[in-house]
Design a protein around this ligand. Structure first.
Ligand code: AMP
Length: 410
């Protein structure tokens, strides 16, 4: 029997949740659902993967399903603001699933696709709108949407908004919302700007903090492959030449790089597609769907496009380029070994990456084993270069960095 029955959710929602195969609420759902049904504000420190989408959307669906009202034109009762198109469409899909049969009107809007169908849908009024900041601002400025009837505002992944440079847009959007509303703010971390924003927009919020799912990296078999930069493609083909890896996610730094890798893989008859912001939304969604359906073996993604994507059974994650920081590393390799399964993560490391690798290893508290038995192995000196040596003892007139110990991004 579904433990979700303990919440006062509409029976149809409980049925939908059971159909999705959820038996137990996750900790964040346990903590959020009752208080949100009551209409309280919430500060959720949690990341994607914890079940937060259902945590915030089930109460909204429930409350709107119980209290249906005539929706005003060009307005919405709930706004869910999220940073990427992938997250927006994932959230909207989940909401459509959970809300089936309740007759609620929902819509997702983001850039990169036609505007008019979005304008037409909003014109009739909505119960729930899921949006990314850029397109939403555009619609607000054009007078295609107003928030006179807004009851609930959800700001999802607030720290990612900051990282991606959307903070000003978010503030501008918030300035157009009515003061009287229920507000939910979710963020994986709480940098000072988000702390201030939370203080500003939340009223007496319940605070829920959920540790990042730890399982991820414990169950991942991690390794480093050291090589010359020019051997990256041959090594990739060598690894993928082994049949063991059925569903492979490759992270690389640039859109351009992702497309080049895809070309190389296709030339070697490996089905692959890239996922990055240079592609139209339709192409991105198709690529993701094909990957989920296992019609594609390899997806080559940039960090931003892959953030929060929910794909099961990824057998191998390859860091074609090392990520910027340990958090990102954990996030990437956590795409494999989900739901208690084990997974494999391989990081390509070239000479210039050594410092970054050390930062990652310090951050995750472990040394990642180097696989030397591979055709392109190159010995690299892991001791950091003593670049300061020649200045030893000499006074320096450089000003101390103002921001010591705190990276610019998060
Ligand atoms: P989220 O953090 O909302 O992106 O959710 C991560 C994944 O967990 C998604 O695949 C959800 O469908 C799944 N999920 C959410 N809630 C539950 C639950 N109570 N039981 C099992 N899976 C869940």
């Amino acid at each position: 029997m579904s433990e979700f029955k303990a919440f006062s959710l509409l029976p149809s929602i409980i049925d939908r949740v059971s159909l999705k195969g959820y038996t137990q609420p996750t900790p964040i759902q346990q903590a959020c659902i009752p208080t949100l049904i009551e209409g309280n504000d919430l500060l959720g420190i949690a990341q994607t993967g914890t079940g937060k989408t259902a945590a915030f959307s089930l109460p909204i669906i429930n409350n709107f399903g119980r209290n249906k009202i005539a929706i005003k034109a060009k307005s919405t009762r709930a706004l869910i603001l999220t940073p990427t198109r992938e997250l927006a469409s994932q959230i909207a899909q989940n909401i459509d699933d959970y809300a089936q049969g309740l007759g609620l009107k929902t819509k997702v809007v983001y850039g990169g696709v036609g505007r008019q169908p979005q304008v037409d849908a909003i014109a009739l009024g909505l119960d729930i709108l899921v949006a990314t900041p850029g397109r939403l601002l555009d619609l607000i400025e054009a007078g295609d949407i107003n928030f006179k009837a807004l009851e609930v505002f959800v700001l999802d992944e607030a720290d990612t908004m900051l990282d991606m440079g959307f903070f000003k847009d978010v503030q501008n959007i918030i300035a157009t919302l009515p003061k009287k509303r229920q507000t939910l703010l979710f963020s994986a971390t709480m940098p000072a700007q988000i702390e201030l924003l939370a203080r500003d927009i939340l009223t007496d919020p319940k605070k829920v903090e959920i540790a990042a799912p730890k399982v991820t990296i414990d169950l991942v078999n991690q390794s480093v492959y050291q090589l010359e930069k020019s051997n990256k493609v041959p090594l990739l083909l060598n690894i993928l030449g082994k049949a063991d890896y059925e569903k492979v996610l490759i992270f690389c730094k640039t859109k351009y790089g992702a497309d080049i890798i895809v070309n190389e893989l296709e030339s070697a008859s490996i089905t692959a597609a890239s996922l990055h912001s240079g592609k139209t939304q339709a192409v991105r969604e198709q690529a993701l769907q094909n990957f989920k359906d296992e019609n594609l073996r390899v997806l080559v993604a940039t960090d931003v496009a892959a953030r929060g994507i929910d794909v099961d059974n990824i057998s191998l994650v390859i860091n074609y380029n090392l990520p910027e920081d340990p958090r990102n590393y954990i996030h990437r390799i956590g795409r494999t070994a989900r739901a208690g399964k084990s997974g494999v993560a391989i990081s390509f490391v070239v000479e210039n990456d050594i410092r970054q690798l050390t930062i990652i290893e310090n951050g995750i508290g472990q040394t990642i084993p180097v696989v030397t038995e591979q055709p392109f192995h190159k010995d690299l000196d892991k001791t950091p270069k003593q670049t300061q040596k020649k200045n030893k003892g000499k006074p320096t007139n450089k000003a101390k960095p103002k921001n010591r110990g705190r990276s610019k991004r998060r």
